[in-house]
Design a protein around this ligand. Structure first.
Ligand code: PLP
Length: 228
């Protein structure tokens, strides 16, 4: 498993380098978040041994369990999945960064918990750029008004925008979604920050071409997941 991770990671890193070179970007401008959902803490340890530092989880229970199992100085945790308000406390306790801020009520809950725990939580605002009814996130036209009110939550620090591209669409359309994200970021960076969390195993090269600063890659590093 360790070798398999290291081998796949080499391939991913080469593709990241090539995508950065094509886009005239430095590799340091892209943070690779290794998505360890469904994999046990032992796999996170192996990934750390292979040189990874940033890890993504989409379920609070898995995040808290793995964050408890791994010494905190060895890694950074990114909560990348939709969050129920009643679990805000655990995310503020365990996550370095939250990628799925998708409602005012969730912002209020996270801010309250961050105040209680005396910390500032860096947050990406999630955008439903593909406009799929099943996806969370603000529609593009609602991002501006949300960001204009984000200053009221003192203990949230907006760092950028996040999206999940629609998978059923062609490569060209996925790139168009990433481009729209970049345009939204350019328009609102004075309110919402400069980062762009976008791109997964199937589309991270396209995301880098459109300016992704954080890519969230799971199966390309860890192999196929047996659950969801
Ligand atoms: C699972 C997941 C990923 C990674 O997916 P892969 O296709 O395995 O790379 C990225 N982002 C989110 C929000 C996820 O839930």
């Amino acid at each position: 498993m360790v070798e398999a991770i290291a081998e796949r990671l080499t391939v991913v890193r080469e593709k990241i380098e090539a995508a950065c070179a094509r886009a005239g970007r430095s590799v340091d401008s892209v943070t690779l978040i290794a998505v360890t959902k469904t994999f046990p803490a032992a796999v996170v340890e192996q990934a750390i041994a292979a040189g990874l530092r940033d890890f993504g989880e989409n379920k609070v229970q898995e995040l808290t369990a793995k964050a408890a199992a791994i010494p905190p100085e060895k890694c950074r945790w990114h909560m990348i999945g939709h969050l129920q308000r009643n679990k805000a406390r655990q995310v503020v306790r365990c996550a370095d960064t939250f990628h799925a801020l998708d409602s005012r009520r969730l912002a209020a809950a996270l801010d309250r918990q961050a105040k209680a725990q005396d910390r500032v939580l860096p947050c990406f605002v999630q955008v439903n750029v593909s406009r799929e009814p099943t996806k969370s996130g603000f529609l593009a036209e609602d991002v501006g008004s949300f960001l204009m009110s984000i200053g009221q939550w003192d203990n949230l620090k907006p760092v950028g925008l996040m999206t999940l591209a629609a998978h059923w669409q062609s490569g060209q359309d996925v790139r168009g979604q990433f481009r729209q994200m970049r345009q939204l970021r350019d328009r609102y960076e004075h309110l919402g920050g400069t980062a762009l969390s976008m791109g997964m195993s199937g589309d991270y090269e396209l995301a880098i071409a459109e300016g992704a600063t954080h890519i969230r890659v799971g199966s390309a590093i860890f192999g196929p997941r047996t659950r969801y």
